[in-house]
Ligand binder design. Structure first.
Ligand code: PGA
Length: 240
C-alpha cells in the first residue's frame, strides 16, 4: 500500500490543500482534473478563488458526480455549486466538462457522454469521502471496476441532498464517474475533514478492502494522497 497521508491542523488545512493544487497546476498547466463538490472542498475553493488568478486558464475540469431529478438551478446541483464556489470566481476559468444531465434524452446517455471525456485521460481526481464510504456517487456495493453510470443513491446520501445541500426536492438518483476511471487517473487525492469523518477514514485506510466501503479500493492506486485535518485523522494513529 502506497498511501501518502498528510495530516494538518484544521485551521491550516484548506490553505495547504489549495497551495498543493496550485503547485500541481503550475507543474502541468493543461491538467485534466476532476473536482468534487460538498462541504469538504468548499473552503479549499474559497482559498483558490482568492489566490488562483489565471492559473486554471489552460486546465480542463471535469465533474465528479451529479444528482438526477433536480432542476437546473437547484442549489444542490453539483455543476452549479462548483461554478458558484470556484469556476465563476476565477479570472481565467478552465474549460468545464460538467455531467450534462439536462442535455441528453436520458441520464444513461449523459453518463456515457461524460465517460467519453473521462476516457480521454485524467491527471488528477480529487474526492471527498462520504460518511458511508462512498467516493463520488460510488455508493456501497461499488467495486474497482464499477463504470461511469447512473446509480441508485443510498438513503443517507439522499437525506444529505436536502438537509445539508439544500435541494428543493429529493433526487431520483445520481450519475457518477466510475471507480474504474478514478483508479486509472494519474493521481488521486482524498480529502477528509472534521471528527464526523474520523471513523470512516480509518475504515477506508485500515480495514480490509470491501465494496461496503468503496473508498477502501483507493488504496490500490499507486499515487493516492490523503489530505486530512487533525479531527478527521484522530483514529489513524498518526500526528501531523
Ligand atoms: P461532504 O460530502 O464533503 O459534504 O462531507 C462528502 C461526500 O459525500 O462525498
Amino acid at each position: 500500500m502506497t498511501v501518502r497521508l498528510e495530516v494538518m491542523p484544521a485551521g491550516a488545512w484548506a490553505g495547504e490543500v489549495a497551495s498543493r493544487l496550485l503547485a500541481a497546476l503550475d507543474a502541468n498547466r493543461g491538467m485534466r482534473l476532476v473536482l468534487p463538490t460538498g462541504d469538504t472542498p468548499s473552503p479549499v475553493y474559497a482559498e483558490l478563488a482568492a489566490r488562483a488568478a489565471d492559473r486554471f486558464g489552460e486546465a480542463v475540469v471535469l465533474g465528479l458526480d451529479e444528482w438526477v431529478g433536480l432542476p437546473a438551478h437547484d442549489p444542490a446541483r453539483c455543476d452549479g455549486r462548483l461554478r458558484r464556489e470556484l469556476l465563476d470566481r476565477l479570472v481565467a476559468p478552465p474549460a468545464f466538462r460538467e455531467i450534462a444531465v439536462d442535455a441528453f434524452p436520458s441520464p444513461d446517455r449523459a453518463a456515457r457522454e461524460h465517460d467519453v471525456h473521462a476516457q480521454a485521460g485524467l491527471d488528477l481526481v480529487v474526492l471527498g469521502l462520504g460518511g458511508n464510504g462512498h467516493v463520488g456517487f460510488n455508493e456501497p456495493g461499488s467495486t474497482p471496476t464499477s463504470p461511469t453510470r447512473v446509480v441508485r443513491l443510498a438513503e443517507a446520501t439522499l437525506d444529505a441532498s436536502v438537509e445539508r445541500y439544500g435541494a428543493t426536492l429529493r433526487p431520483s438518483g445520481g450519475i457518477t464517474l466510475g471507480m474504474d476511471r478514478i483508479l486509472a487517473a494519474g493521481a488521486v487525492w482524498l480529502l477528509a475533514t472534521g471528527s464526523r469523518k474520523a471513523a470512516i477514514l480509518a475504515r477506508a485506510l485500515h480495514a480490509p478492502e470491501s465494496p461496503e466501503c468503496p473508498a477502501s479500493f483507493l488504496r490500490r492506486h499507486p499515487a493516492l494522497t490523503v489530505f486530512a485535518d487533525e479531527p478527521a485523522a484522530v483514529r489513524l494513529g498518526v500526528s501531523g
